[in-house]
Design a protein around this ligand. Structure first.
Ligand SMILES: Cc1cc2nc3c(=O)[nH]c(=O)nc-3n(C[C@H](O)[C@H](O)[C@H](O)COP(=O)(O)OP(=O)(O)OC[C@H]3O[C@@H](n4cnc5c(N)ncnc54)[C@H](O)[C@@H]3O)c2cc1C
Length: 454
């Protein structure tokens, strides 16, 4: 009898997990559910326009942790450039998507040759119901009885801001999905508003311009403009942060970090990178109070140092600001009124506390993926949470999970596992390819060991 596994989400995490599960000696039947047909690509690597670049150099984007040059070699199939040239290059996200699609096609071929079966299911997985010792997975069309389920749901759509009434959610004046902006509804010259000033905002501007939008882009975020370009890491920075012992208290890290900042004032990106390499272990050992303090006081600073953009995208942004075709306001939106052809926006400026007003034709939500699974949204994570099958972590950043074996916490110890973005509350940094590829490999091994014991 084959062991039946359901993977919910067919982006990088779900597709790579399926790939590694094929190492199992037990015969498997893997059902992998994805909202669209582009298995492997997920949200990030099927960009709305081809010119959007990866935010990480190609040398760090291999899908396999034990073959660091795998992606660079794939790019350099014809050996036209030296490896070093590719290593530091920011290539197009859609090109990376082609790489992942190729791996997915190989995965299906390997499955066919090895006695495993992979069923790619295009459609939404709606609910998992524990029943008679198995897990019943429901979609609109199917009811499947499975032995194991893995939640690899990745990036959720942003939460609708409270200032946008529910009735305006589907308005042609509003794009709640920043990865699929309603460009067809945007006229070439009237102003638009972007909510949020992070990496998604940089993409949104490029999508608007590539689609012929020539008007002014306004952007409102609590902290204003704070994006930095990627810098090549300094080789062998002699920093104490390399040698910290874990567990370590947040106060000790901060003390050491400030000392190091005085020694290397221009090397903040390198210092954060040193911490980031150990961030999972550091975060896992923090108390709830330390995590909470970080979220309230340090999250933004960490994000600025850590989320860098390619120099090419930074130059585009600088030109926009210089030409005054982009204006970034630090502030908080207090009201939005949608009318047939316009949206009136009121916001409170951060520095002056004064109320300001804008009149725009379209609003794009770039506030980042939603993480609180307790908020009703019709999705599988919320229904699992409502049915008490999974729980949110105490900071509502994802799903409460044992990061030693990726099993979610549940009263009945259900064979449900999670990886990727859903582990943010447990690991904090759990979104980039170099983190996810290790999780996919480790979780596959955990599951294979479990199958062997059965
Ligand atoms: C715009 C963007 C750019 C990025 N750029 C980089 C980069 O350059 N380098 C880097 O290292 N990282 C980058 N990242 C981080 C990125 O999140 C990861 O690299 C990776 O793509 C995440 O993969 P995932 O499979 O975990 O999630 P996702 O890519 O979000 O895939 C999850 C998939 O699951 C599907 N799904 C979810 N719920 C269900 C359901 N109930 N039923 C069926 N299907 C479902 C979704 O439709 C989606 O296809 C970027 C992220 C974004 C959003």
């Amino acid at each position: 009898m084959k062991i039946k596994i359901g993977i919910i989400g067919g982006g990088f995490s779900g597709a790579m997990l399926a790939r590694h599960l094929l190492n199992s000696k037990q015969n498997l039947e893997i059902y992998i559910f994805n909202n669209d047909a582009k298995f492997g690509r997920g949200i990030a690597y099927q960009a709305q326009i081809d010119s959007l670049l990866l935010n990480v150099p190609a040398g760090k984007m291999s899908a396999y942790s034990n073959q660091p040059d795998h992606f660079v070699d794939w790019l350099n199939k014809e050996n036209k450039e030296s490896k070093d040239e590719f290593d530091q290059k920011f290539v197009a996200r859609n090109e990376y998507g082609c790489y992942l699609s190729e791996i997915w096609e190989e995965t299906k071929k390997i499955a066919a040759l090895s006695g495993h079966i992979i069923h790619p299911v295009i459609g939404k997985a709606l609910q998992i119901i524990p029943k008679d010792g198995a897990l019943e997975l429901q979609t609109h069309e199917l009811n499947l009885s499975l032995d194991f389920c893995v939640l690899a749901c990745g990036n959720s759509l942003p939460t609708r801001p409270k200032t946008i009434a529910e009735k305006n959610f589907n308005s042609k004046r509003y794009s709640n999905n920043p990865w699929h902006i309603k460009v067809e509804a945007i006229q070439p010259d009237k102003e638009v508003l972007i909510l949020g000033a992070g990496l998604t905002m940089v993409d949104a501007i490029q999508v608007l311009r590539a689609n012929g939008f020539k008007g002014k882009v306004n952007c409102i975020s609590p902290h204003g403009f704070n994006i930095l370009p990627y810098e090549k890491p300094t080789e062998e920075l002699p920093s104490e942060l390399k040698f910290i012992n874990i567990p370590i208290r947040l106060s000790e890290i901060l003390k050491l970090f400030h000392q190091e900042m005085r020694l290397y004032p221009t090397k903040i990106a390198d210092l954060v990178a040193l911490l980031r390499a150990k961030s999972g272990a550091i975060w896992s050992n923090f108390t709830h109070e330390e995590r909470d303090f970080f979220m309230r006081h340090l999250r933004h600073k960490w994000g600025v140092a850590r989320h860098r953009i390619p120099p090419e995208s930074y130059a585009i942004l600088q030109d926009e600001i210089k030409n005054k075709s982009l204006q970034i306001h630090a502030g908080k939106i207090t009201a939005m009124e949608f009318q047939e052809s316009l949206v009136f926006v009121e916001f409170q400026e951060r520095n002056s506390n004064k109320k300001r007003h804008l009149c725009v034709q379209h609003v794009i939500n770039c506030t980042g993926p939603a993480s609180d699974i307790t908020i009703p949204n019709g999705g599988i994570l919320n229904s699992l949470c409502q049915n008490d099958i999974i729980q949110a972590d105490p900071l509502f950043l994802g799903v409460k999970t044992d990061v030693n074996n990726y099993q979610v916490y549940s009263k009945e110890n259900y064979p449900i596992y999670a990886l990727g973005n859903l582990l943010k509350g447990e690991l904090w940094e759990t979104t980039a390819i170099n983190e996810l590829r290790i999780q996919c490999e480790e979780l596959a091994q955990v599951l294979i060991n479990t199958f062997n014991k059965q």
